[in-house]
Design a protein around this ligand. Structure first.
Ligand SMILES: Nc1ncnc2c1ncn2[C@@H]1O[C@H](COP(=O)(O)OP(=O)(O)O)[C@@H](O)[C@H]1O
Ligand SMILES: [Mg+2]
Length: 356
């Protein structure tokens, strides 16, 4: 099974995007509008603990039920398509760029397999592997490889089939985020930081090709945890205060700033480490010129300003709605908070491209 261009059916059905994370499901379906793609329907459903744990679906029947409930609740009207492009987590996937000498497709298939196996900590027969040429030179090709353990994809497919849906494609969540937040024509090298509920995913990319990806245990939840501990309040209160006040005044005597300071400094250091690793080990010529924040965690007030000042780079909030039209029929909370939908929009664009 392929992960980049997988099409089970060899036809072009209307599909939708489904982001599956530990704490939530998000679905979006797109249609062709007059000038650009438009959102037909959209929804989010929080997941209770014990259905997905660290990126692995542990209760497939419960997941199938959650998917059905989510689809029935998408607005303005329920998504009825059975064809889905779904996400798998970056933390369980291996995204690599490799170089191989020019050779026939059949030989390249084998060469990519062996070269990938040398670069990942899992044997090639335990992963689904997909690849594409990203740069072709006279004597060699540069290749993007995505490998995901079979047990992960199989558990996701099983849940999707139990929900009476047909999988069109699986895609690593951060690759979907790159699609919705950047353009294939974009010559700049950018770092995407997707701060989700349970994990932060990073990707350094150019022309929508990820050259470096990684994930960190810092997340929306860890921000709530430190606030809950620091203030001695309930979890609900901490979540509420987090969304209302963000990082506070960003001054040394500010109580909120002092509480968050070690965590946000840790995040800044991890971002800097990725930038240094990219420059020293992957590409010294293409400096990262912009950091794009994504995911619900990036909505923390002052996060953009803090990281821009601390890291000394241009930092912006990603806008997954940038290439889409007609948002007026969507639920108000989705329109206000479109940022966390970046992966779901990217998956929906991939699903949309199957039919056009
Ligand atoms: N306005 C906000 N300020 C701070 N954090 C927020 C805000 N809105 C949402 N979040 C946080 O974002 C996280 C969810 O982000 P999301 O991208 O939807 O996660 P995932 O895709 O991993 O399910 C939660 O931890 C939530 O507390
Ligand atoms: Mg997400």
């Amino acid at each position: 099974m392929s992960l980049l261009f997988y099409n089970l059916l060899g036809m072009k059905p209307k599909g939708f995007g489904l982001e599956i994370e530990d704490s939530s499901l998000k679905a979006i379906a797109l249609k062709k509008g007059r000038r650009c793609k438009e959102v037909v329907s959209c929804g989010i459903r929080p997941l209770k603990k014990g259905i997905v744990t660290e990126g692995q679906i542990v209760d497939q029947q419960a997941m199938a039920n959650e998917i059905k409930i989510l689809l029935a609740s998408t607005k303005p009207k329920p998504i009825q398509s059975e064809f889905v492009v779904f996400s798998v987590p970056e933390s369980k996937s291996f995204i690599r760029t490799i170089q191989i000498p020019k050779m026939s497709r059949g030989e390249a298939e084998e060469a990519v397999k062996w070269e990938t196996e040398a670069n990942i900590p899992v044997s090639a027969d335990k992963v689904y592997l997909d690849w594409q040429i990203i740069d072709s030179q006279e004597k060699k090709d540069e290749i993007l490889v995505v490998a995901v353990p079979k047990e992960i994809i199989d558990s996701y497919c099983e849940s999707i089939k139990l929900a009476k849906l047909s999988p069109l494609a699986a895609e690593v969540d951060i690759i979907a985020t790159i699609r919705s937040l950047t353009s294939a024509q974009e010559e700049k090298t950018v770092l995407i930081v997707d701060i989700g509920a349970d994990i932060t995913s990073l990707a350094i990319c150019k022309n929508q090709v990820p050259y470096f990806t990684s994930s960190l245990p810092i997340s929306g939840k860890t921000f709530t945890d430190v606030l809950q501990k620091g203030l001695g309040v309930s979890r609900e209160k901490a979540e509420d205060l987090k969304e209302k006040y963000g990082l506070g005044e960003m001054q040394k005597d500010d109580m909120l700033y002092n509480i968050y300071s070690p965590l946000i400094e840790n995040l800044a250091q991890e971002i800097e480490k990725s930038l240094v690793f990219y420059t020293e080990s992957i590409n010294a010529k293409n400096e990262v010129s912009e950091i794009i924040l994504s995911g619900g965690g990036s909505l923390l007030r002052q996060m953009v300003d803090y990281l821009a000042t601390r890291i000394g780079k241009n930092v912006v909030l990603g806008n997954p709605a940038m290439g889409l039209g007609n948002f007026k029929d969507l639920p108000a909370d989705v329109i206000r908070n479109i940022c966390p939908f970046a992966s779901a929009v990217g998956l929906a664009i991939k699903a949309y491209n199957y039919e056009n």
